[in-house]
Design a protein around this ligand. Structure first.
Ligand code: UDP
Length: 315
């Protein structure tokens, strides 16, 4: 099988490249490197079944070799990144989804869309089930990501209904692990960087907002299972273990054995107050649930950041 992964050099994309190579696929990693990083796939570059195409999937592309699977994971995905690149974020979610769906249609390939819990906005239903339609501010700073992904889901269902493309949609809840970018502004790299350096740990707002963190290997397992199912509705993938951001800061501080002080900063606009996936559908359709708990996942992730920061002179 030949599998094309857009955003293949990103955090989640690169873990998918690893998994599909392990499964014996030929993998085409397509990335324009606006937030992706060559280091994430450096270990695969000499593999005979792996290649990189540098391209922005918002623009049309022809791939001569027949492709069996198209996975669309390209997008800036952290609030800081999509605020810095608002128009590329909208383009890759909208035009990039159209182009990648077109590729899947042409190649008669399976299609897989990385959607997001952000489509639920600041949710009024808790935990979030797939049947909830969400509460998104259409013109707020996060809307470039949220609305592009909502459009992407609609476009994917249109290709499924009109062109019978074998599509799959997941809604990814906060996911963490090795290969997150240290400077992407998300809470896991921020807190780990700050705790390891003994710098103040920045809680936005009063820290009572909640998130539910999923380790990347669990997410990848769910993705791999769904790709081969005859199931086309969106599926939440995430770890339902919910934590306040204040508790989360304390956990990371303790794990690092850090003396960092905890400081409070203004809450960004439209920051969701609570987030927790209802994963009943994933359990039922995929027989899937997360197996890596937060203590174990955070330990592995901290080891990664520690090594990386040491190597780059930040520790
Ligand atoms: N956050 C924080 N301090 C930081 C970075 C993030 O308190 O240094 C908070 C942020 O306001 C949000 C949560 O942590 O409530 C998760 O933020 P992240 O950017 O990781 O992703 P989000 O879930 O908001 O997309």
């Amino acid at each position: 099988m030949r599998t094309l992964i857009t955003g293949g050099a990103g955090f989640i994309g690169s873990h998918l490249c690893d998994r599909f190579i392990q499964e014996g696929h030929e993998v085409i990693c397509l990335d324009n490197f606006i937030t992706g990083n060559r280091d994430n796939v450096a270990h695969l570059l000499d593999h005979p079944k792996f290649r990189v195409i540098v391209h922005d999937i918002s623009n049309p592309i022809e791939i001569p070799d027949l492709i069996d699977n198209v996975l669309h994971f390209a997008s800036p995905a952290s609030p800081v990144d999509y605020l810095e690149h608002p128009i590329p974020t909208m383009k890759v979610g909208a035009l990039g989804t159209h182009v990648s769906l077109g590729l899947a249609k042409r190649h008669k390939a399976r299609y897989f869309l990385a959607s997001t819990s952000e489509i639920y906005g600041d949710p009024l239903v808790h935990p979030q089930t797939e049947s909830y339609w969400g509460n998104v501010n259409t013109i707020g700073p996060r809307s470039v990501y949220d609305e592009a992904k909502r459009f992407a889901e609609a476009m994917t269902m249109a290709y499924h209904r009109q062109h019978k493309v074998d599509t799959h949609i997941i809604r990814i809840f906060n996911t963490y692990g090795p290969r997150m970018q240290l400077n992407d502004g998300r809470v896991v790299p921020n807190f780990m960087y700050q705790a390891l350096r003994g710098e103040p740990m920045t809680i936005f707002g009063d820290g009572s907002q909640t998130r539910s963190f999923c380790y990347v290997s669990d997410l990848v397992e769910g993705i791999y299972r769904l790709l081969f199912k005859d199931y086309h509705e969106p599926v939440n993938l995430g770890n339902p273990s919910e934590v306040t951001i204040r508790e989360f800061a304390e956990e990371i501080k303790a794990l690092a054995g850090s003396k960092s002080e905890i400081v409070y900063r203004p809450l960004p606009q439209d920051d969701p107050k609570q987030r927790k996936p209802d994963i009943a559908r994933a359990r039922q359709v995929l027989g899937w649930e997360p197996v890596v708990d937060r203590a174990e996942g955070l330990k592995k992730t901290m080891a990664y950041f520690h090594e990386r920061m040491t190597r780059t002179g930040k520790l």
